[in-house]
Design a protein around this ligand. Structure first.
Ligand code: MG
Length: 383
């Protein structure tokens, strides 16, 4: 029986993680949950999963929860509380499903405490991948990726390291705008962008899928997770989203990971590795599946992907700037303050203005992140 802490338990990945735990009651137990503010759903989760600890970011909501469940559940509060909670001896594995740079402090606490890590958060790796992987090596912690593409690469590698790899095909569904001509991007509605053709996800990542920035962030993630060079990673459009990524080895053999478009698959693998349990998701019925398609992405049409390659080449503090500028630009788009086609130009502007620091420490990475956030807020009017 493995005891799991689910950070961000009310988000899309958090809920799917609890669904996996629910489906394998003999294998996993949710012993700790954390949320930003949705205590309504958290209460339901407490009643169902009976965790021993919970953490709520908002102090007032944490206090209310303490009054209601105090005798049964230990209630932690805020960033400091979360850092304490993840170190608890009862926890074997921490599922980090918090979005944004906010995941970084609890992730560092969990790695330092030697917990197994299932990582769904992209930003922490993107902005400080080299540092985090170094920290994980130091504490002998394996970071198990939850993102479907990274999980596919992890499985495809099967323990081989980067020197055996000719390239990795990072697949992308292409998002909702893949087939539209670039000219019409100006007129495309928010509703269309927020309706992803294959995956049901949070709003931020859905916009990132439309700009292909999501794939750009995954490119950086893959570099750090598997110690690959950006030259070894090729983005491949694959609209059916059935092949979750492929690894081509030096001898010309390519291994592809194929499964249903369902986040429970990579989540379960991250929890169960190295075992494979019978889970709730079925395999693919190849007898009735239509053709698979692959294509090269158009970087003129999707400039965000080119910007991510640029950040991957320079490294240092540039990936942090790319990520922070994008986060604010997307927030501006969601608030109706930034048009869709302006997102890449905001990111590009800040990347050009930034003075890159190579081999930064955590504080320099966070300073670059803050700088880009403030500048992007000035450019977009996001508060
Ligand atoms: Mg993905």
């Amino acid at each position: 029986m493995k005891n799991i802490a689910v950070l961000g338990s009310t988000g899309s990945i958090g809920q799917n993680t609890l669904a996996v735990i629910r489906s394998l009651p003999g294998q996993f137990r949710a012993v700790a949950l954390s949320v930003q503010s949705d205590t309504v759903l958290l209460k339901k989760q407490i009643r169902e999963f009976k965790p021993r600890m919970v953490c709520v970011a908002d102090p007032q909501r944490a206090l209310k929860l303490k009054k209601e469940f105090g005798g049964l559940v230990k209630v932690f509060c805020g960033q400091v509380g979360l850092g304490q909670m993840v170190k608890d001896r009862q926890i074997d594995q921490v599922m980090v499903a918090i979005t944004g740079a906010a995941a970084l402090p609890p992730l560092i606490s969990a790695i330092t405490a030697g917990k197994e890590i299932a990582l769904a958060n992209k930003e922490a790796l993107v902005i400080s991948g080299q540092l985090l992987m170094g920290l994980a090596r130091k504490h002998h912690v394996l970071i198990r990726p939850v993102d479907s593409e990274q999980s596919a690469i992890w499985q495809g590698l099967g323990g081989y390291c980067a020197k055996h790899v000719r390239c990795v095909y990072l697949t992308a569904s292409g998002g909702p705008l893949w087939k539209l001509p670039a000219k019409s991007f100006k007129r495309v509605s928010r509703e269309r962008i927020l309706k992803h053709p294959r995956w049901k996800m949070g709003k931020k990542i859905t916009v990132d899928s439309a700009t292909l920035m999501n794939k750009g962030l995954e490119l950086l993630e893959a570099m750090f997770l598997f110690d690959l060079s950006f030259r070894q990673i090729k983005v491949l459009i694959h609209p059916e989203a059935l092949v979750h990524s492929m690894v081509e080895f030096n001898d010309g053999i390519t291994l592809a990971q194929i499964s249903a478009t369902d986040m429970r698959v990579p989540i379960q693998y991250a929890l169960s590795y190295p075992q494979r349990f019978t889970g709730p998701v079925r395999g693919i019925d190849f007898y009735s599946w239509p053709q698979l398609h692959f294509a090269k992405p158009d970087l003129d049409k999707f400039p965000c992907l080119g910007l991510a390659y640029q950040a991957a080449k320079s490294l240092g503090t540039l990936p942090a700037v790319l990520n922070a500028a994008n986060e604010i630009a997307v927030e501006g788009f969601l608030q109706g303050k930034v048009s869709f086609i302006k997102i890449p130009s905001i990111v590009e502007k800040l990347m050009r203005r930034h003075r890159i620091i190579s081999n930064p420490g955590f504080s320099q990475v966070m300073a670059a992140d803050n700088w880009a956030r403030l500048e992007a807020k000035c450019l977009t009017g996001v508060v």
